[in-house]
Ligand binder design. Sequence first.
Ligand code: ADP
Length: 207
Amino acid sequence: MHVISGKPGWIEVICGPMFSGKSEELIRRIRRAEIARQRVQIFKNALDARYDATSIVSHSQQSLPSVAVDQIGQVYDLIEEGTEVVAIDEGQFFTSEIVSVCNQLASRRLRVIVAGLDLDYCGEPFGSMPELMATAEYVSKQLAICMVCGDPANFTQRLTDNRDRIVVGAIGTYEARCRRHFTPPQNGATPPSDRSASATPTVDEIS
Ligand code: ADP
């Protein structure tokens, strides 16, 4: 039996394609923690200003105020005394530093919850999400509903010709698709060497 004594820290990852309810699930977990009077701090990448410059917002318009950061390392300076839960949305937008930051916070006995895309618009693992998932204690994979057939959707279909890896957009730019109906771009994917989320994203980013 796994016995945890004292107050442990850990990492939870909520992953899946766009529209799978990652942000909704993140907001649900944050609200429950807040009801239990736990001190929560919420961060998002400054890149994602689709609906709001600072709040995290789901496609179903649920939202919570957050702090937007350019670099995940800024979180160290922003964590306040007494914080018990750290929530990070759009984890795929951050550099690989997110892995060490989350692990260090968990080692400091914080509960760290990260939501993010596990695959990009080409169907390839996104940024440091795979590494983060490997070091996390808990991984929840969410699925959306395929907009073509209604089957469970694991992929995010980009509906435009833009080949930048990061193109921030929502309905109209992206659609949830199942394996059968997902069509990756032909010869248009960004070369793997350019794919690291450590490269400064150009414009819009998927999410
Ligand atoms: P994510 O963070 O994974 O992009 P959100 O939590 O922001 O997802 O939004 C989930 C919501 O998106 C759903 O509750 C639903 O209202 C909406 N939605 C739009 N398209 C779909 C779809 N194809 N499948 C499921 N939900 C969808």
